[in-house]
Design a protein around this ligand. Sequence first.
Ligand SMILES: Cc1cc2nc3c(=O)[nH]c(=O)nc-3n(C[C@H](O)[C@H](O)[C@H](O)COP(=O)(O)OP(=O)(O)OC[C@H]3O[C@@H](n4cnc5c(N)ncnc54)[C@H](O)[C@@H]3O)c2cc1C
Length: 326
Amino acid sequence: MAASRYGTPSADLLMQERDRVTAALTAMQDGNRVVTGPEDNRAILPGSVDDFAEVYAGMPDATIVAGATDVALWVTKFLKLIGPAIFIGHLDRLKGIEVLDADVRIGAGVSYSEFGPVVAEHFPHLAEYWNRIAGWQVRNMGTIGGNIANGSPIGDTPPVLIAMGAEVVLRRGGAQRVLPLADYFIDYGKQDRAPGEFVAEIRVPLPKPGDMYAAYKISKRRDEDISSVAAGFAVTVEGGVITAARLAFGGMAATPKRAARTEEALIGQPWCEATFDAAADHMAQDFTPLTDWRATSDYRATAAANLLRRFFHEHSGETPVRLAVA
Ligand SMILES: Cc1cc2nc3c(=O)[nH]c(=O)nc-3n(C[C@H](O)[C@H](O)[C@H](O)COP(=O)(O)OP(=O)(O)OC[C@H]3O[C@@H](n4cnc5c(N)ncnc54)[C@H](O)[C@@H]3O)c2cc1C
């Protein structure tokens, strides 16, 4: 009550300024490229996705800035110069989401929050996991394309998308290619992305009825924390026998990676606890995780194996009863 005596929001100078600035910025959206700043430190705002493709093909050393939730930290924490920088957050055509019969096509510039409703409707097994990525503010800005492009071994989207058989669409100039997301990650800091090529789209197959899916994130805090271990699983069972399995992990290797040996140990086996116990023992052949400030190698190995057991118990309609301790 007392505060309201000092005026109304519409009389607030900052609110009035905001409307003026918003109008001025909107008027600038004429589809033309904007370039500002000195030569090495230029900020480039392409006029369209085609324009972005052209600029970046000609300036492959420029820094792409989407939501800036990673890039901004290079500046604020490491005082890194990121110029010339190509800003793409305003490009609406990178923000498209198309739900087709077989898959969902996600523009690289789609934020976690923008994708949230699609998760709820089409990928319900990801709903809880999705809300564990960063916090609200970062989910509003951070993009799925940025999470993939940065090639981090601890990014949260790659393991769950790889498990679902996602593909990434890369574009350089006018040329486009599609590759399985799993193949995009070659080694630590090395991705299958040519100079001047950018992430344009991610294609995620819709869940198949009857298949079983799960997404798990293990971190020290519930919110705003980087995963110690992240996992995405997709398993097909026909007539009581496991006929297909895709198990992908983050935080377990230099890249997000499928557990190939463990998958082999599941396929062709009956759906039962003994199968999962035996398969979990193969995980040591797939991964030799690192120890760092988030988790020890032993912790990661034990957690990953136990997530596989948890998957079995959850999908058997049981409460997990026994978890192995390293
Ligand atoms: C507080 C905080 C919490 C976080 N929590 C999590 C978390 O829980 N899980 C998680 O996985 N991450 C987390 N992150 C990291 C970050 O939010 C994500 O990686 C995010 O998805 C990055 O997207 P962005 O659009 O902000 O990328 P940017 O910062 O704009 O770019 C990231 C990198 O990708 C490149 N890039 C961006 N878009 C493209 C493109 N289309 N093509 C090619 N290259 C491109 C940039 O040049 C840069 O190298 C967190 C970050 C912060 C600050």
